[in-house]
Design a binder for this molecule. Structure first.
Ligand code: NAD
Ligand code: ZN
Ligand code: ZN
Length: 338
């Protein structure tokens, strides 16, 4: 079968690889239809993800069709359109034992620690699959949106909460939509007006462009000087990591999704004085997948604004190279596999 193989950093190619096979009794063979790319794929392409070894098949945002019935799983008949969770969980680590397998210590994500889904066929365990009344492009958007939905869940966002999301890129947009889906009044924050326009369509009641407005002044005005009840950081910069703690309300919740690439220095007094809940958020849980599917089925997300490029599989190497040269020019890229 054909697959997009990353031979080494910066070297992606369409290649023939051995046909995918079901390994476990509970695997379902899928015919891959569309794959979305996100910032972590760009990182892998650039050789900046220490968890990736080469050669590696990319791809973890999946829209696919069941290719063959597994007789042990009649609930997944051939021809069913599905999306899938790209994670694994060991069942033994502290996270798994606590029912938080999204943060499994030994997780292996498709396209990162193991070969991914940018291939004609993949095998996925039945309990990782989700069906929905969605188009292929919507199915392909489910996984990237779950990351932000999980952050909104970690922040226990409920109606009556004001939620500021710093960074409205691929991941932050899901947090905007997730917080709005849970009834929060959302403030989207970014440096790019086009990202903020999409954030408004995804449920942000207000937006702040921090290149033209002062963050503290704006948040004070919007929250009666108290600050947001919840702040989600979805960039990974030291200054926005700090801003979350500085701007959040007393007894508020700070949720970090962004991976900071440098050390962050804090005024830790604020953790104590404000009695903050400071939470990490990683990957997503099954209920996050179900919530995203419900939101998309209700047409509450601007699917076409979020997707900027759709290309056939043989153009994947070229678009990866173009994305590497000029990332600001790209939103969600989708590869049509078949
Ligand atoms: N926790 C997880 O499970 C998980 C999963 C995937 C990605 N991530 C992390 O989430 C972060 C965001 O990923 P992404 O794919 O959305 O990236 P992205 O580049 O698509 O989005 C970043 C956004 O931040 C904006 N931005 C940049 N500097 C800013 C600033 N100073 N103030 C306000 N906005 C600013 C950009 O305009 C962009 O819209 C990364 O750190 C990534 O590693 C975490
Ligand atoms: Zn992704
Ligand atoms: Zn585990």
């Amino acid at each position: 079968m054909k697959a997009i193989v990353l031979r080494a950093p910066g070297e992606a190619a369409l290649e023939q690889v051995p046909e995918a096979k079901t390994m476990g009794d509970h695997d379902i063979l899928l015919h891959v239809r569309r794959i979305g790319l996100c910032g972590s794929d760009l990182n892998s392409y650039r050789g900046r993800n220490p968890l990736v070894t080469y050669p590696r098949i990319l791809g973890h945002e999946i829209a696919a069709t069941v290719a063959a019935l597994n007789p042990l799983h009649p609930e997944w008949p051939e021809g069913t359109d599905v999306t899938g969770s790209p994670y694994t969980n060991c069942g033994q680590c502290a996270s798994c034992r606590r029912g938080r397998s999204n943060a499994c210590q030994f997780n292996q994500t498709f396209g990162v620690q193991r070969d991914g889904a940018l291939a004609e066929f993949i095998a996925v365990p039945a309990d990782r699959l989700y069906r929905a009344s969605l188009t292929l492009k919507e199915l392909c958007l489910v996984e990237p949106l779950t990351v932000g939905f999980h952050a909104a869940a970690r922040g226990r966002v409920a109606s009556g909460d004001t939620v500021a999301v710093i960074g409205c890129g691929g991941v932050g947009l899901g947090a905007v939509a997730g917080a709005a889906f849970r009834g929060g009044a959302v403030i989207g924050i970014d440096v790019d007006d086009s990202k903020l326009a999409t954030a408004r369509k995804a449920g942000a009641a207000h937006t702040i462009n921090t290149t033209t407005a002062d963050l503290h002044t704006q948040l004070s005005q919007l929250t009666g000087a108290r600050g947001p009840d919840v702040i989600v950081e979805a960039i990974g910069l030291p200054q926005t990591f700090r801003a979350a703690v500085e701007e959040v309300a007393f007894t508020g919740r700070v949720v970090y999704i962004g991976y900071a690439k440098q050390e962050v220095a804090y005024e830790t007094r604020l953790f104590v004085q404000k009695e903050l809940d400071i939470l990490g958020s990683r990957n997503a849980q099954p209920e996050d997948f179900r919530d995203v599917i419900r939101m998309l089925e209700e047409h509450r997300f601007p699917v076409d604004d979020a997707i900027t490029h759709v290309v056939p599989m043989d153009e994947a190497p070229a678009i990866l190279a173009a994305w590497d040269r000029d990332p600001a020019h790209f939103g969600k890229i989708m590869i049509e596999v078949s």
